[in-house]
Write a protein that binds this ligand. Structure first.
Ligand code: MG
Length: 115
């Protein structure tokens, strides 16, 4: 699978086959997305910065699974709301480029309203 459109279609079919559409309202999907993001965070909980950057194969596999879960719900909620995820990301990237001019913020991790 190589693109979000194909993933969206496969997730849509997967859910339709299981009659899950009725559970997949935006509220439930937003909550599920948050849960999956937390499962990702949990994998890094208590690791040092160094450990978090050098995961073993088992840890990496678990991180990949949670990243896939997060993506799955991102794709699902955007589909249910009729939002083009890549278009939204493209718009946000342009907005962030204006908010964080490279010449102004290079090497500075602060939020845009703090400089
Ligand atoms: Mg998960």
């Amino acid at each position: 699978m190589r693109d979000l459109g194909e993933l969206k279609e496969r997730v849509r079919a997967f859910c339709a086959e299981r009659d899950w559409d009725r559970f997949h309202n935006p509220k439930n999907l937003a909550m599920a997305l948050s849960v999956e993001a937390s499962e990702l965070v949990e994998l890094f909980q208590w690791l040092t910065e160094e450990q978090s950057a050098k995961l073993d194969e088992k840890q990496r596999g678990r991180v990949a699974e949670e990243l896939a879960d997060v993506l799955w719900f991102l794709v699902r909620i955007s589909d249910r709301l009729g939002i083009d995820l890549l278009e939204a990301a493209d718009t946000k990237l342009s907005q962030n480029a204006k908010k964080y001019p490279a010449d102004l913020v290079r090497g500075d991790p602060r939020k845009y309203n703090e400089y």
